[in-house]
Design a protein around this ligand. Sequence first.
Ligand code: FE2
Length: 240
Amino acid sequence: MSFSPEVVPVGVEIKETEVSDEDFEEMKGFVRDYLAASVESEEDGGRMRWYPWHSSTYRFNHILNVVDLATEIAEAEGADVDVVRVAAVFHDVAKLEAEQDVHAEAGARVAREYLQSRGTYPDSFIEEVCGAVVDHSYTGDLDDVPLESRCLIEADVLDKVGANGAVLMLLRMGYESRTHMDAAKMVDRVLQRAQDHTDRVVSDRAQSIAYQRIKRVRWLREWLEEEVTRMEVGERDADR
Ligand SMILES: [Fe+2]
């Protein structure tokens, strides 16, 4: 007699909707290809594709970061982890093909079509996922949205706070023909924004991630202020 892999040990609760790791990997692959196809047909330079914010690789990487952060927050908050991680993987799928103010609704349409086409997910699950995808562009009080939407919004906000926010700002400096002398000032802007974003975050886990990230950005600003400024003084002295 052999045990089939489907045999579930007694006492283990079977969830109504289970998204297997294999299915989840397939969703990631779908979203990666969808983003790449969204920019393929556009003419070069149409939306500053060289700038990471508008590239499909940046967007997909952001999505993977949001999946990880949202899953961590959902587990800590007792939210439905499958709803949150599936919503996270689809939340920006339409970001590169739709206008910013409708990209959440457009993303929910793509998610609904994908999930319905599988034929294995109950309508209630699909509605919860699509609801969270639509909600992710909500800018109001996070106490007013379902827990799963809140986990996604907090994760989306956190990916802009910290290293990614700082690097994007420094890259933008090049586009604006700024020099390294402005780096501390620009990182200070990142810090201000990070603090504004973090004011919205309500869960303990998201708050502690934000706190740690803001601390690092503050170090970066102090480091730049100290060493870049010193270099400026050194250059002045050498000129005399
Ligand atoms: Fe996002």
